[in-house]
Ligand binder design. Structure first.
Ligand code: ADP
Ligand code: MG
Length: 709
């Protein structure tokens, strides 16, 4: 029988008064349930009673020994006890008991906080029990129970937390009802929730702890995947989409637009997309694939299906430059077709803009290309059936865009060149469909990647000079614009870079301007070298990119703005200064700027920090060009939150589970969750009834499960 409910205020637990309750509150612990789910980060063996020669200052212990000396005078008292391994002083300033109780030869069990005084251990103000002399012989050690060590703070420390947890654990049954359906508990041979929580705090051994952890990780995954599964069902149930037909004729006609055969990867992905388009439900699909693997071609295919069905399509890019680039590409494929397409520019005159807008509203335009801002702000569509969102290097943010259009929800395809590891896609995008283009079109040159120290700078730049003089083109990427420390070229430089920079005294970060100056007055004297960074006006940026694309510049020195979609197939050399400041995924994106043509490319990563960790991190880049492997490594190194801002996706942070280490569990939990959602979407069956309150407890309103019950 438990005396507590999960929501009982922690103050009701033995040993917790109002003051301690406030201290617990500083850790976010308010209730018994909250305390029970505040898991230790490691365990210590509680031997019951410690040997005196093993006392560690600063810990709380219980020792047992024989009184060998008595001293002091009331109320200040001290005595020395000896347990055969050593001796320890017990000291009181305010003796809470009569002196007569302590005598030489008595056996004393004392509990208190260990200090070292004059090289000897001491317990100050210990609690004691006094026994007859021979009590030493019948000592009762408790063996090797493990107790938790908890993250504390200035107000409350681990030993207190541990003690209070033990007080709850010994109260009888814990107020932690089972949430996982019994059949699954049996199938996976899991301990019950109550057992697991006990074992997390106080396992008998490592195996028990592991078992408890596995159980709780599985539970976290199951709830998360269940939430995603229900959300997905709801989305599919509530929405109707436009049924688009893909006849053989339509398919042939679209394919004929491309001057190449689609790759196997593209075909696979197209089959997935076409199935969605024909289903009558709106597609919500994330299209992943490395830069240059042919996503845009696939997206255009989908748009052309909509258009062949007499509907409209829109392609939205994150920047104006990218929108233009998409448009230029599309123009190549559609120039002699009957498709009516426009680029919605930011700087159109009012009259022109009104004309385009009216044409779109009347359905006289089939395909609109522009930035997200423009397309959503300006335009009301007649019959929008297909929306392509190019997130480029942002991590496919699947917020629901609102379109002004008649009729059902448009189909929705989000392209991202950030390879999202399967593990993460499954958690973050568990309710979406994901298609991956695995292989790039043939005929791409290799990219050779080298990591070098700054001492090699002159040599590298001298070598690059030879190659650009022979007709190739190069990028040099640096972190910052000017000399000022906080000025950055691009907000997409990961936070980690700033943090590391602040933390180090390395200083002297290479800036774009300084590097540009150093190059043109040194190893690249006489070459035509452009400068690109985020604080240039768009027209300046555009002019430089065009000059580079047209081959009028040997090289550009740039902040990470080049990351965003410059597509110059003659560019074959990428030099990254301060490569150790970037995440691997970002380096991969930067490297993706080269290797676009058939020539062999070179990527040089200049890394200041030759420390083991950083070098090891970068060595991944020399070993593989597979974006998914790199993303997986990045995920391992930096964690999902850091990497992709998973918090923004409304998912709770996982307390116990680790999406990389526990991936096998995640897959199991996902299967189980989707099976539950399919069989009992309202979660009303008796065996599933505990799931709904558990979901609400974990997710609150975040996942909008509102009408699941
Ligand atoms: P992404 O959008 O993934 O970066 P794109 O669709 O822009 O890739 O394609 C990159 C380049 O590859 C373009 O120049 C495109 O014409 C070319 N391409 C795409 N698909 C194929 C293919 N199947 N065969 C040959 N070239 C292709
Ligand atoms: Mg592209």
């Amino acid at each position: 029988m438990s005396t507590f409910r999960s929501d009982s205020p922690i103050q009701y637990v033995k040993g917790v008064g109002p003051r301690k309750a406030e201290a617990f509150a500083t850790l976010g612990i308010h209730t018994v349930g909250g305390l029970l789910e505040y898991f230790p980060f490691r365990h210590e063996i509680d031997r019951g009673e410690a040997d005196i020669d093993e006392l560690v200052p600063g810990t709380n212990v219980t020792i047992r020994g024989e009184v060998t000396r008595l001293g002091g005078r009331p109320p200040a008292m001290r005595c020395v006890i000896d347990d055969g391994t050593g001796s320890c002083t017990l000291r009181w300033f305010n003796q809470p008991f009569g002196r007569q109780r302590l005598f030489r030869g008595a056996t004393v069990v004392a509990s208190g906080h260990v200090q070292i005084y004059n090289d000897r251990p001491e317990l100050v103000q210990p609690r004691i029990q006094v026994f007859e002399p021979d009590a030493l012989l019948c000592e009762q050690r408790q063996g090797t129970r493990r107790v938790g060590v908890y993250r504390g703070n200035a107000h409350i420390k681990s030993p207190t937390i541990s003690r209070v947890v033990q007080n709850v654990l010994t109260q009888g049954r814990l107020p932690v009802p089972e949430v996982i359906p019994p059949a699954l508990v049996r199938k996976h041979k899991l301990p019950t929730r109550e057992q697991a929580i006990r074992q997390m705090h106080s396992p008998a051994d490592d195996a028990q702890f592991k078992q408890a952890r596995t159980r709780l990780a599985y539970e976290e995954f199951l709830l998360m995947e269940l939430a995603l599964a229900l959300r997905r069902r709801k989305r599919l149930a509530l929405q109707t989409g436009r049924k688009l037909h893909v006849t053989r004729e339509i398919n042939d006609r679209i394919r004929a637009r491309f001057p190449f055969t689609l790759t196997k990867s593209q075909d696979t992905v197209l089959r997935e997309i076409v199935r969605d388009l024909q289903s009558g439900r709106p597609m919500t699909r994330l299209l992943q694939g490395d830069v240059g693997c042919g996503k845009t071609v696939v997206a255009l295919y989908a748009c052309l299906v909509a258009i062949a069905n007499g509907k409209q399509a829109a392609i939205m890019a994150p920047t104006e430059i990218l929108a233009q680039q998409h448009f230029a590409n599309i123009d190549r494929y559609l120039a002699d077709s009957r498709v009516r397409y426009v680029l919605l520019r930011g700087k159109l005159g009012k009259k022109q803009r009104d004309e385009i807008r009216t044409a779109i509203e009347r359905g006289e335009i089939d395909l609109v290309v522009g930035t997200q801002a423009l397309i959503q702000k300006d335009v009301a569509f007649d019959q929008l059936a297909m929306v392509v969102v190019d997130e480029q290097h942002k991590f496919g943010v699947m917020q629901r865009h609102k379109f002004r259009t008649k009729g059902p929800m448009p189909h929705y395809l989000v392209m991202t060149a950030t390879p999202i590891p399967r593990t993460l896609a499954m958690t973050v995008f568990g309710d979406l469909d994901v298609s991956i283009i695995k292989h790039s079109p043939p005929g791409r040159g290799r990219i050779i990647t080298k990591v070098v120290t700054p001492q090699k700078w002159e040599t590298v730049m001298g070598y690059v000079r030879q190659r650009v003089e022979a007709g190739e083109q190069a990028y040099v990427v640096c972190p910052l614009i000017g000399k000022k420390e906080d000025e950055t070229g691009d907000s997409s430089i990961p936070r980690i870079a700033y943090e590391q920079r602040r933390g180090s005294n390395a200083g002297g970060l290479i800036s774009v301007k300084a590097t540009h100056d150093k190059l043109v007055s040194g190893p690249w004297r006489g070459l035509d070298v452009g400068l690109l960074h985020g604080s240039l006006r768009p027209a300046e940026k555009q002019a430089t990119i065009e000059a580079f694309a047209a081959g009028r510049l040997h090289a550009v020195v740039s902040t990470t703005v080049v990351e965003v979609g410059v597509d110059v197939s003659n560019a074959t050399i990428m030099v990254v200064e301060h490569a150790d400041r970037y995440g691997l995924s970002q380096l991969h994106q930067l490297r993706g700027r080269v290797g676009r043509g058939s020539k062999e490319s070179l990527c040089v990563l200049i890394a200041r920090d030759r420390g083991g960790k950083s070098a090891q991190r970068l060595s991944v880049m020399t070993q593989t060009t597979d974006g998914f492997k790199i993303a997986e490594a990045d995920l391992r190194q930096r964690g999902p939150g850091q990497l992709f801002g998973t918090k923004q996706h409304g998912l709770p942070e996982l307390q116990v589970a680790d999406i990389i280490e526990d991936f096998g569990l995640l897959e199991q939990a996902r299967q189980d969750a989707f099976a539950i959602a399919a069989a009992d979407p309202e979660l009303t069956r008796p065996e599933n009834r505990a799931l709904l309150p558990a979901l609400k407890r974990v997710f609150g309103e975040k996942l909008a499960l509102i009408d699941a019950a």
